[in-house]
Design a protein around this ligand. Sequence first.
Ligand code: ADP
Ligand code: MG
Length: 506
Amino acid sequence: MSFVFRCEIVPVVKTQFESLPLSPALLGVIRELAYTQPTPIQAASIPTLVAGHDLIGQSKTGSGKTAAFALSILQRVSLPLREVQALVLCPTRELSAQVTREFRTLGRKHPGFTVAEFVGGQPGKSQRDALARGTHVVVGTPGRVLDHLQKGSLTTNAIVTVVLDEADRMLDMGFGPDVETILNRLPKSRQTVLFSATIPKSIAIICKAHMQTPVRVRIDEPEEARLEIRQLRLDTRPDEKFHALCWLLSKFPHNSALIFCNLKQTVIELTDKLESAGLSVGRLDGGLEQFHRDQILARFRNQSVRLLVATDVAGRGIDVEGLDLVINYEFPRQTDIYVHRIGRTGRAGRAGVAISLSGHNDKERIREIESNTGVAIEVLEQGPVNLSEVGPLLRALARPCSMQTILISGGRKDKVRAGDILGALTGDAGGISGSNVGIIEIQDKLSYVAVARPASRLAVQRLNDGRIKGKRFRATLVEGQKLDDAQAQAEARKKKSTNRRSPRSR
Ligand code: ADP
Ligand code: MG
């Protein structure tokens, strides 16, 4: 690296949230979320961020970086000033959605706080409307944010903080020039915050050009923390891969498993194969419309789909509570992709297992990964024995999920809140026990609710017969991704939304 940061060695001591510069409102939300302690990156970066300094943050995935910057922004935001005060740039739509959700959760005790999501595949009009109404924070992908800057719909004069989240990923995806243009258009006096798993030269150049004496915070996890993810690999011949996968799925018990492939084509083929065998599976790749990507993620998150097969781009940054197994069906081509993939499990201190199917050609890369991460990948000596036995394995795996997802045709824009849906299901009119209702996810125009399978048909009926917030909405059971297609088309026609495919999606 050709220049020197003002580098502060931040001692990692056990800090309490109460000793961080956060308001009682924020501490209240943190208590409700049952976050007992700040993670090391939060403890180390929040004081610097709240003080308004530039910061370069580096820590492993799942270490709570989102809350680190979201809490700091919320601490500094002026609610009466209904102008954009913070801009967060993310590499993908999924990640933007996640960050937006986290802002909403953490900002729920800030009366009138609003955050808007600016991503492609959504009508620019709704984004302009959000700006016209006055929004405090904008989260989005560089392309769409730049659109709004150039059209003049997004004004920058009140922006005091810009965050580049997963900066290395953003540059990998070719967003470098867009990011530069955006940074050049922001007020000079603003705070610039950058989070990145790695700081390659390209990032160092951006930091030098756009930051003012940044504080650099880097959290090297202690040895034992790395053991939260158990890393294994199984040497497999290409023609035995499917069999090996089924064997792994039956051998390693899981609530939710994420299966990574290098290519969209493999994702499609593998999903088809698993689906035909009756497994609870969905796919996530750049070839899907945004609606489908959101829907399958919602179903995976609320545990009504057990397996998700994904490409790297689509699966980037996915944060699913209780994801206990990651499988690399195709061995990743680069070390940092490997690290990102396995980081999807073992989130926030929970244990996880990551298993890679490796072949003869992967030896060199495995060595590279082991030397870069400093951790040896355990070799599974014993794989599946009888290759003719994939049938029984599949039959044993083909059990339905205990939850099912119901799609409701109203969302945040219709003033629908989670409590309203819960009320409609469990109230006098609903008659369904609260223990049968799982995660409720409210999106802009739609909502998803997970309901225990035995109660799901009744729940659909009750939702269709009853009212939410005095209004009637349509509720449908989401069965499989194939069915989703028909549903999505109907939905798309109804909403006349303009879902476009991102040219960058893989
Ligand atoms: P990163 O951006 O570093 O990859 P995230 O911000 O996505 O990580 O956080 C990972 C998970 O940890 C999220 O589910 C988040 O809700 C949770 N989390 C964040 N901070 C804490 C905390 N202090 N205690 C417990 N869980 C936390
Ligand atoms: Mg993150």
